[in-house]
Design a protein around this ligand. Structure first.
Ligand SMILES: [Zn+2]
Length: 493
């Protein structure tokens, strides 16, 4: 029987932590929005004799991430020096964590095609400092040179490492998007891939199904989008299988991904940890994490999206798809929950209103933000106003079409929907008398349409209802208007 190949993938994600200051000094960590080399001090410049001081917040953000990814939190953790020389490394070593990371032995579930869950084990999450940024340039006559921006040096970075549990580029993609969603939701990192605050290195090897040992692994670096990670892994999977089929040996090495060429390119043979000559950082004492500290971090944590989704489906009766969308970001899920709390106070059907709230937040809100070209923080989204609008709709006081204008006005300037609908004259005409007199007017003006109706043209009654909507500037209740019109036309016969 022909032997089947099996792909083995492990991922290392580096994610910048959302702290105000850097990992070991008081420089601000907002390196993206500052002029080059303005966020620097003797510590992050790597001057001799300077002493690093741990950023407590950074440690707490890793604890929070660890708890969110089902990890054990170490009771004792320490920092180590990882030694290597490169122009972006100011001190000639990076302060990282070697054998005692903050969090270990966690997992993240991914959903496989077909609906089954697969547990991807997380080996460790450790804390380290980022390095400076090198910008490669060229003069007009082709001379190459590099610029160094040290603002990023010392920014806190956590590294989340999986066991080699992933078996395909598709699984790797699912893990990455799942991890990214959690990191963003718990707000420990902006996790912005374009800005480099969420970066991925992937280890991939190939073996035959049933082999106990792993094949030599290739590490792919320089991948900065989900799409590129997927493409790079796909390329490497095919390359390795083809090589093995031809009887070639896979070399353990680091390969870079080129978006332009769509291939991985050999960069250097892979280092092992002994190449870095790790040793404990002598300037930083070990950190002890006791139960009290973990409890304090826990008490500040938000519910995870998965927990919220379950609650939204079970308690508020919204469907899985809506629940998924609502929990894409923390902002929206909180807006939804606060709206539900308001709805509970104003005495309208909870499940009906929850469905409506989900619809406004999943469909109309993104439309409004797109139209206005702005973000949620720039408008005046109010849970109370959304709840009041939903009440107006459920009670039939504004139609769905009119409600859109009310929603836009309310979310843009914070005004109460009841005031807006009366100010704009958008209150729906639901009373039969007003509608009947409108119908009489319209019938009087359109004898031809009445004749058409008599002649059996179906479109005639729709045309007449259209005239009512026009006359009432869209405020007539369309359903009631068409029922009454039908009765009035029958009476004409
Ligand atoms: Zn500094």
């Amino acid at each position: 029987m022909e032997k089947m190949f099996e792909t083995v993938i492990g991922l290392e994600v580096h994610s910048q932590l959302m702290t105000k200051s850097k990992m070991f000094c008081t420089c601000r960590s907002d390196y993206q929005n500052s002029a080059p080399n303005t966020r620097v001090c003797p510590v992050c410049l790597g001057m001799p004799g300077m002493l690093p001081v741990i950023n407590k917040k950074a440690v707490e953000l890793v604890i929070e991430t660890g708890l969110s990814l089902n990890c054990e939190i170490a009771t004792e953790t320490k920092f180590d020096r990882k030694n290597y020389h490169y122009p972006d490394l100011m001190k000639g070593y990076q302060i990282s964590q070697f054998d005692l990371p903050i969090a270990l032995d966690g997992y993240l579930d991914i959903e496989l095609d077909g609906g089954d869950n697969k547990q991807i084990r997380i080996e460790r999450i450790h804390l380290e400092e980022d390095v400076a940024k090198l910008l490669h340039r060229e003069t007009f006559d082709g001379e190459k040179y590099s610029l160094l921006d040290i603002n990023r040096a010392g920014v806190p970075l956590m590294e989340i490492v999986t066991h080699p549990d992933l078996r395909s580029p598709e699984e790797a993609h699912k893990y990455l998007t799942g991890l990214h969603a959690i990191i963003k939701f718990i707000e420990v990192s902006t996790a912005n891939m374009e800005e480099g605050s969420f970066r991925c290195d992937a280890n991939i090897s190939t073996r035959y199904v049933g082999d106990a040992n792993y094949g030599p692994k290739v590490e792919i670096k320089n991948v900065n989008s989900f799409k590129s990670v997927f493409q790079a892994l796909k390329f490497e999977e095919i390359r390795q299988r083809a090589a093995i089929s031809k009887g070639e040996k896979i070399v353990q090495e680091t390969r870079g991904w080129s978006d332009e060429r769509g291939t991985t390119i050999s960069q250097r043979s892979k280092e092992t940890s002994s190449d870095y000559r790790y040793f404990p950082e002598p300037d930083i004492p070990p950190v002890y994490i006791d139960k009290k500290w973990i409890t304090a971090v826990k008490s500040q944590m938000t519910e995870l999206p998965k927990v919220k989704r379950g609650k939204f489906v079970d308690e508020y009766g919204i469907n899985d798809y809506d629940a998924e969308l609502i929990t894409t970001t923390r902002e929206i899920s909180e807006l939804f929950e606060n709206t539900i709390n308001e709805i509970k106070h104003i005495n309208i059907d909870l499940k009906k209103s929850a469905k409506s709230a989900a619809n406004w937040l999943n469909v109309e809100l993104p439309r409004l933000l797109k139209d206005q070209n702005c973000s949620l923080s720039e408008i005046k989204a109010s849970p109370l106003n959304l709840a009041l609008l939903i009440k107006l709709i459920i009670q039939g006081q504004v139609s769905n079409t009119m409600a859109k204008s009310v929603f836009d006005e309310s979310f843009l300037n914070g005004e109460n929907p009841v005031d807006i609908s009366s100010r704009l004259g958008l209150v729906q005409i639901n009373d039969k008398e007003s509608l009947t007199s409108l119908i009489e007017e319209v019938l009087g003006e359109n004898p031809q349409a009445i004749q058409d109706y008599m002649d059996g043209k179906d479109t005639a009654s729709r045309y007449l209802v259209g005239q009512i909507m026009k006359k009432s500037k869209g405020t007539a209740n369309p359903k009631l208007a068409s029922e009454l019109m039908e009765t009035a036309l029958k009476a004409q016969q």
